[in-house]
Design a binder for this molecule. Structure first.
Ligand code: ADP
Length: 275
């Protein structure tokens, strides 16, 4: 059964929708990447799936339940959200941040953490390799470490679905790779269904079971990376000429930018206009 079903979604910040006519499904254990240019509606979609935008119409079913009839604590048992890493963080330690996931699940915020809760927090910190940092404050960490802590928090929430908004932004190449390898491990070993909004296509191609391309708030294309990607599609979505090559390690397509000599082009245009 689909863990997440979105039908005819219209969502935005006032009565003018940012995403419209949007349909998508996420199956258990699937890794779905929502791609598209800046401003195409990726973040808005990820927020709408949690009921976090002011204007939403359509149908969102989470594990068969209507999102609009679910309480926040119920939603928190089904999906965990990893925000963009540069969103402001408070002065909490790593351990306190990860533990928030457990309070989040409880109807009564003032309940104490049980042994099971504490175990879940320790396990999550262990899996994403931030255990040694547990007494450090979040603002003392590098971007990559902080992103891992946010993933640990989502993991401690113990939900079947993880939603992530641009998990690679502001991270260097090594950390980008580490984060996606970690997500893949969570998908394969923990059976998590993962939905990421990501503009870095080359990064998501090897990890995604399926890609969805948004353009102007609508689904423009959808499919498995190996069969979906073409130079024409990338041109249509991103308005840029690219060359698709085969990545040597994955044998999957990889996007190579074509760098034209702009100075030469301008000179040629100028000389043509003088004739
Ligand atoms: P993406 O994640 O693909 O870059 P977004 O969903 O962030 O796209 O943005 C899509 C559109 O929604 C943009 O035109 C943006 O200006 C608008 N938008 C995003 N957040 C807000 C907001 N909080 N209030 C009003 N408009 C917003």
């Amino acid at each position: 059964m689909n863990l997440l079903t979105v039908e005819n979604l219209e969502a935005g910040y006032d009565s003018r929708p940012v995403v419209s006519n949007l349909n998508l499904t996420l199956e258990g254990g699937e890794f779905l990447s929502v791609c598209g240019p800046n401003g195409s509606g990726k973040s808005t979609l990820v927020k709408a799936i949690q009921g976090l935008v002011p204007f939403i119409k359509g149908k969102i079913l989470i594990d068969g339940q209507n999102l609009f009839q679910m309480k926040a604590a119920q939603i928190a048992t089904k999906l965990a959200y990893v925000p963009q890493v540069f969103e402001p963080v408070f002065d909490f330690t790593v351990e306190e941040t990860v533990a928030m996931a457990r309070y989040h699940r409880q109807a009564n915020r003032f309940s104490h953490l049980s042994d099971l809760d504490k175990q879940a927090v320790e396990e999550a910190m262990g899996i994403v390799l931030v255990y040694k940092l547990k007494h450090k404050k979040l603002n003392e960490l590098s971007g990559g470490e902080r992103q891992r802590v946010l993933i640990a928090r989502a993991l401690a929430q113990d939900t079947p679905i993880l939603l992530l908004d641009e998990p690679s932004s502001h991270l260097d190449l090594n950390f980008q790779l580490q984060i996606y390898q970690l997500l893949k491990r969570l998908q394969e070993e923990k059976g998590k269904a993962i939905l990421v909004a990501e503009h870095n296509l080359n990064l998501v191609i090897p990890y995604s079971s399926r890609l969805i391309f948004l353009k102007d708030g609508r689904v423009e294309a959808e499919g498995k990376p190996a069969s979906l990607l073409t130079e024409e599609l990338i041109k249509r979505i991103f308005q840029v000429d690219v060359e698709l090559r085969e990545n040597r390690s994955t044998r999957l397509p990889e996007i190579s930018l074509i760098h034209t000599d702009t100075k030469k082009e301008l000179q040629e245009k100028e000389s043509l206009s003088k004739r």
